[in-house]
Design a protein around this ligand. Structure first.
Ligand SMILES: Nc1ncnc2c1ncn2[C@@H]1O[C@H](COP(=O)(O)OP(=O)(O)OP(=O)(O)O)[C@@H](O)[C@H]1O
Length: 383
């Protein structure tokens, strides 16, 4: 039972904890029995396809959307119970919400007054996000990337310990992305806690330590980036004069995950081509060449969130719904379908199971490019 689940002992501690959140809109379930945590000091990526329920979840977390059931806690209490919420949580939910006629500095000064922090904080935060030189420009003239920076500056005014960011990478150019990554890393290194949503893994894989992945409002996976990368590591194929001898030499060097393929090449996991070349030279095995089969984590993520997975109950996957042990200990193993459980796992010629790395063509596109929001003017997230 997750800590804090009904009947479980103990209240949620530091960090963000989502306990069984549900939200329905009419007969549509946007978020269904969602449980996850954002440990203090972490950067947790909140991933899911368009319409999977990310914004609704963040809205419930921040007291902007009323849950149909369940709770969300920040530092052990509901957001709405925080005495000075802006000093605890900074949120960026819609970068386009700032008034286009306002100047950037004025916009921030209005927020300073609203949350009770000194006026000069506005200028400081503009400088911090790199908008100091356009402080007096009207927001309507800003690019989406500049608005994202402005929204972040707004979120930072209260010097919060938590940042909750909904798609902040949207509109950022590569330089802006690199800046955001460095900024969030420094924020987390100083003890801050970040929850950052995106529908594109590539956007956040370089900055997140952990991932919470949802689809159709259900939890699909909660995992560390390290576990995800370890489970889907690239393989190096080595063509050698004596593959068995090379495999023995690799094993002696601690690299035991090497298998001779039907075509005679050795498939090795967890070692670089250069290292294989070194070991081959020492073992006096001639290496004719190597090639690397890269695993695209974005494709793995797409496979996880494609329709057939989205409909599956969370309990089908090991650890889901039972992955919040008390005392802040997080499980080490991957919590998404493992090689054996992955529905696409195929036997390799040597009889062993290995992930069949997904290709773009294999994924149903049903959740992509088909907006399932209500038509414009008929509602949408209340956040
Ligand atoms: N106020 C609302 N009224 C009716 N349906 C809503 C409302 N808000 C959200 N929904 C629906 O709930 C589902 C989840 O929407 P949500 O905006 O939370 O998803 P999302 O993962 O943030 O999507 P995106 O990446 O496109 O922002 C969608 O099907 C959406 O149409």
């Amino acid at each position: 039972m997750p800590s804090g689940a009904p009947g479980a002992p103990g209240a949620p501690g530091a960090g963000i904890a989502v306990h069984g959140l549900n939200r329905t809109f009419g007969d549509h379930t946007a978020v269904s029995n969602l449980w996850f945590t954002v440990p203090p000091g972490s950067i947790t990526g909140f991933l899911g396809p368009n319409g999977s329920g990310k914004t609704t979840t963040l809205g419930m977390m921040l007291g902007l959307v009323r849950p149909s059931a369940g709770n969300a806690f920040v530092d052990g209490v509901p957001f709405t119970s925080l005495q000075q919420p802006a000093q605890v949580v900074g949120a960026v939910l819609d970068a386009r919400s700032a008034h286009p006629k306002h100047r950037a500095l004025t916009h921030l000064q209005i927020y300073c007054a609203a949350i009770g922090v000194p006026d000069e904080r506005a200028r400081q935060m503009l400088d911090l996000v790199g908008l100091g030189s356009v402080a007096r420009r009207r927001i309507g003239e800003f690019s989406l990337g500049m608005r994202q920076r402005l929204a972040l500056a707004t979120a930072l005014l209260g010097q919060p310990r938590y940042l909750v960011l909904d798609e902040p990478a949207n509109g950022l150019d590569p330089e802006g992305m690199a800046w955001l990554r460095d900024f969030l890393r420094a924020f987390a290194a100083n003890g801050g806690t970040v929850l950052i949503s995106s529908h594109i893994l590539r956007e956040i894989e370089q900055m997140a330590d952990r991932l919470v992945i949802i689809a159709n409002g259900h939890l699909v996976a909660e995992t560390s980036m390290t576990d995800l990368r370890d489970a889907y590591r690239s393989r190096v194929f080595a063509a050698a004069s004596d593959p068995a001898r090379l495999a023995t030499a690799l094993a002696a060097a601690g690299h035991t995950d090497a298998q001779v393929q039907q075509d005679g090449r050795l498939a090795v996991v967890g070692v670089t081509s250069d290292r294989i070349a070194e070991i081959a030279a020492t073992a006096e095995v001639t290496l004719f060449g190597t090639s690397v089969e890269h695993v695209d984590l974005e494709q793995v993520y797409l496979a996880m969130t494609a329709g057939r997975y989205a409909a599956a109950p969370v309990a089908q996957y090991p650890g889901h719904g039972a992955h919040h042990p008390p005392g802040g200990q997080y499980p080490q193993g991957p919590q998404y379908p493992s090689a054996q459980q992955h529905p696409q796992a195929q036997p390799y010629p040597n009889g062993q199971q290995y992930q069949q790395y997904p290709t773009a063509q294999q994924y149903p596109q049903s959740q992509w490019g088909q907006p399932n929001r209500p038509p414009t003017g008929q509602g949408g997230p209340t956040a």
